[in-house]
Design a protein around this ligand. Sequence first.
Ligand code: PHE
Length: 337
Amino acid sequence: MFEKEVEKLKEEIKQAFEKVKDLKELQELKVKFLGKKGQITGLLKRLKELSIEEKRRFGKELNVLKDKVEELLKAKEKELIFKAEDRDEGLDLTLPGRRPGIGGLHPLSQVIDELCEAFTRLGFEVVTGPEIETEYYNFTALNIPEWHPARDMQATFYLENGSILRTHTSPIQIRTMLQRTPPLRIVAPGKVYRCDADVRHSPMFHQIEGLMVDKEVSFSDLKGVLTYFAKEIFGPKTRVRFRPSYFPFTEPSVEMDIGCVICNGKGCRVCSHTGWLEILGAGMVHPEVFRAVNYDTSIWQGFAFGLGIERIAMIKYGIDDIRLFFDNHLYFLQSFR
Ligand code: PHE
């Protein structure tokens, strides 16, 4: 009698676990077989009706069966959870979604793109040049002879073969003018190198160079183009001012300031209480530069400008340490997505 019942229960358990479809049904099986009023529990309770010998035999058998059911429950649970995830069922829909890890452009790349787009709208074409330069293109052709103190102003990295790392993007002016005939309008973004490092200086940084050459290009054109650029990048209310300056390759030369975007010109720590931020150097192309590329100075005139990308980005985003651009901390980079 008892034996038959045990055999019947074994068969029932086997079939039940084969058929079980979801976690809810599995929970029901647990109650059905192992619960307080469950079938195995029921048989265990009835052991006391049996003889000592049978008690021993069926007691052991039922305990093995109990262990087996527990094992089946665990295995089935794993299997069902796995399946449920597969079918998008049984998931906790109140959980927040998993955000896909989307990349983004580096803030400096974003600023370079923005600058190139602004100048492209004015008919400027984007060109590039090599980062390893000769002293001739980087200095001499730009009217900076060997004895000129400007060579020391831009602490230069010299390579073993006598080449240098370009200290500014201005050699691209020379390369472009040698390759092309005027008129031309170019901007040239890229990396430049100077032996200098602190919170405001990095040995590698970025500049964008601009050059326009035509038959009638005046200082007013320079002012117009650069004022447009400032308003495009820093907003339509941005004020600009031009101060006389000096570069060997432009004459006259200027530096352009914008009204401090932090204090609105009232004076603060960032603008050293002047209300103005210096953002670029520019000027009319020096006749010596035109001579170096064989452009006839009685026909052609032009202006050039150069600006530091990091400085623009720091002002635009209120960043006070240039090294943040190169540390590549994800939290910093992700804030520009
Ligand atoms: N090359 C200059 C610099 O790095 C900037 C500049 C470019 C000035 C073109 C005038 C004209 O400081």
